[in-house]
Design a protein around this ligand. Structure first.
Ligand SMILES: Nc1ncnc2c1ncn2[C@@H]1O[C@H](COP(=O)(O)OP(=O)(O)OP(=O)(O)O)[C@@H](O)[C@H]1O
Ligand SMILES: [Mg+2]
Length: 250
């Protein structure tokens, strides 16, 4: 199996407070890894650190087999475009329209014409079930629509890897289910490697090939749904494996 992401003894601290205390993790091509852990344990920090949006204090991050520690900014930009991130709370820019948000990278980092970028944005929006919204502002969208726009923005560079940070948090159950279906559909259709951080037991049970638990800044437990169901004693893991969707639904 090809290793897409390898983390070795990854440590991150803020003002002397250690958040990540030695994360070791391998993510394989095509899998869907779900990351769980209590609030504030460093799940969002972990995703941002992999993208080098936060500073690494110690350890190694290998992306697509390359050590990012020795990469130039330019090389890292290239790597980043192969990984799409759907941020917690969607993180859309209020003053930009939907299509400008989706096409943001191309508007500011390429010399493509606006018409071309808008066309790309409209196409990718359609692929996530959003039509005739390109000229709206984020404030005119519901929570579920914002999430889809945020997914479209992550998809526009045709990434091989997708990070979803709490994609269903704050949504009503029906909208959460539709976002779950969207994530599953993208994974099947595009064959992406996914890492999803979530507290949503149902989402985790429907999309995960493996589940990893972050606790005290380390990966405390990792395995397939069935493996963890058999062997894990951890209460957080137990709540996921005992409460999830049944096999037919997965
Ligand atoms: N840029 C930053 N500067 C300083 N501290 C930060 C920064 N980002 C995160 N932290 C701290 O790191 C810790 C982990 O935060 P993080 O957002 O990763 O938690 P989380 O596991 O994603 O929680 P939640 O499930 O609530 O989203 C918290 O104590 C947070 O305050
Ligand atoms: Mg978080």
């Amino acid at each position: 199996m090809e290793n897409i992401i390898s983390l070795r003894n990854l440590k991150v601290e803020f003002n002397g407070t250690r958040v990540l205390r030695g994360i070791d993790l391998d993510v394989f091509r095509g899998e869907s890894l779900v990351i769980v852990g209590s609030s504030g344990c460093g799940k969002s920090v972990l995703l941002k650190t992999i993208l080098k949006l936060l500073r690494v204090d110690e350890g190694e991050i290998l992306l697509f087999g390359k050590d990012t520690g020795r990469m130039s900014d330019r090389e890292m930009m290239g790597i980043r475009s192969r990984i799409g991130m759907v941020f917690q709370n969607s993180a859309l820019l209020d003053s930009l329209t939907v299509w400008e948000n989706v096409g943001f990278y191309y508007l500011y980092h390429t010399d493509y014409t606006e018409a071309k970028i808008k066309g790309m944005a409209v196409d990718i929006l359609k692929s996530v079930g959003m039509e005739n919204v390109e000229d709206l502002l984020p404030e005119q969208l519901s929570g579920g629509m914002k999430k889809r726009v945020s997914v479209a923005r992550a998809l526009i560079s045709k990434p091989e890897v997708l990070f979803y940070d709490e994609p269903t948090t704050g949504l009503d159950p029906i909208t959460a289910e539709s976002i779950t279906n969207l994530i599953k559909d993208i994974h099947r259709r595009l064959g992406t490697t996914d890492i999803t951080v979530t507290h949503d037991v149902r989402l985790a049970s429907r999309i995960s090939d493996r589940i990893a638990l972050v606790e005290a800044g380390r990966i405390e437990d990792i395995g397939t749904f069935e493996e963890l169901k058999k062997k894990s004693q951890n209460p957080i893991i137990r709540s996921f494996v005992d409460g999830g969707a049944n096999n037919e639904e997965r």
